[in-house]
Ligand binder design. Structure first.
Ligand code: FES
Length: 153
């Protein structure tokens, strides 16, 4: 059974992107960079946070269907292929609602219908039918398998 580790995403990526965008608009003036680097009003880029302590047992591996997943409080544990267990935040990158369903390899936010691939969290459809990539991808949450449990890394 293999487990993929978390990639760098979420708030760090937003900060770098915001700073790069700011640098392009504001030049090299460092004091100005500090003033405009939050990115909080970026459409489709809702900051997310991983929560819960490392080592927290999330779900028994046997409860995670192949090609599907299990929606928990703040994460979704998925198994795209047999033995490949991974997790994503359940906080939608559109406006922060909970991503509530996993079906046929797709995680869906019920508030406006954004959809994300279970293989990598990629945005497949935006809110209200907007095209793929119109909101950010779901950030991965680092997990490991310990015994028969998927555990927060
Ligand atoms: S909050 Fe998820 S699609 Fe709008």
């Amino acid at each position: 059974m293999s487990v993929r580790s978390s990639r760098a995403a979420g708030p760090d990526r937003l900060n770098r992107r915001g700073l790069l965008r700011c640098a392009a608009l504001c030049g090299a003036a460092a004091p100005v960079l500090v003033a405009c680097g939050s990115g909080e009003d970026e459409p489709g880029e809702t900051p997310t946070e991983e929560s819960g302590p490392a080592g927290e047992a999330l779900v028994p591996t046997a409860d995670v269907p192949v090609g599907g997943g299990v929606v928990l409080d703040d994460v979704i544990v998925v198994q795209p292929t047999e033995g490949e267990l991974m997790a994503f935040t359940a906080v939608c990158t559109h406006q922060g609602a909970k991503v509530t369903t996993v079906e046929d390899g797709v995680m869906t936010c019920s508030l406006h219908g954004s959809q994300f691939a279970i293989e990598d969290g990629e945005n497949l459809r935006g809110p209200s039918g907007d095209p793929a990539g119109s909101v950010g991808d779901l950030p991965e949450v680092a997990v490991v398998v310990e015994g028969d449990e998927v555990v927060r890394a």
